[in-house]
Write a protein that binds this ligand. Sequence first.
Ligand SMILES: [Zn+2]
Length: 330
Amino acid sequence: MLVGGSLWGKWVQTNLLKRKSFWEVKESSHIGSWIFRKMLKMRSVAKTFYMKAVGNERHTSFWYDKWTELGVMSDLLGDRGVMDLGIRREATVEEALCNNRRRKRHRRVLLNDIEKELEIIKAKQRADVKDVDLWRGNMRFKQKFSTHLTWQLTRAPGAQCTWSRGIWFSQTNPKFAFMAWLALRDRLTTMDRVSNWSQDVDTACVLCKNATETKKHIFFECSFSSRIWETITKGILLNIYSTSWDDIIRLITNQFMEKKKRFALRYAFQTALYMICTERNKRRHGEQPRPLLVLAKLIDKAIKNKLSLVQSKGVRGLEGILQYWFGTRM
Ligand SMILES: [Zn+2]
């Protein structure tokens, strides 16, 4: 997210994290959007998938990035470690290795192991090579991130998951896919779930104000969201069109659907889900509701932008996908 150099990643870095590390921000923090806070909550899982490789160590946090097989320093040593090692909290690995630092002797075995590791890293340090981000693969860490492989590695071995291919596919938007994944795993904080642990909450749907807010209601039984779903996908699905969550999941996971149709439908599903969720959250927080047509237009525009990008990349099987989209508008 942050290392890919995406616009969103840069925005998060500048406005939300400021000088802090993504791994350092407190989970109870109120910064950022709902989805950003969900990401903070998933860090313990994400952490096992990411590490830094030795280079000049200039952009690797000593305390919060994983730069050694021993683990992440802040997890291993806690707050006391800062004092024990005499390395400040904001230090990069380069700073920790800085010239004048002499190896100390400690009473704790772990601290001595870390000192040893620092010496090994110092020997490998190369001023002309940048630090590299590595992602967990099947056997070892690799430079290329694969959503598919990461998904395979996060799920319980042997558990059959029929819907993953409808969520994690080539050219997807990770932010949208993540939200869809939460929905599929029943992890969205819809009001029917909130009422299980918190009493006296208003469980009415903020989009139509006419039913209890459940996942299946918002996607897409609700009179408000169903009209958006219809505008976006009726022309693609025609006689197999449905507003039922179970039907839609079956459709997006159907491998035999023609490739352009399948991509357009899957992407439309993620975009609609994400935008409707955002609208729902804004309304819950007292923001001015956006009219149905405005939201439908925004979703259509976001989809068209993606299809145009995919088309310009020349992805095999998706040639002319933008024209396909225009052809399905009713
Ligand atoms: Zn509703």
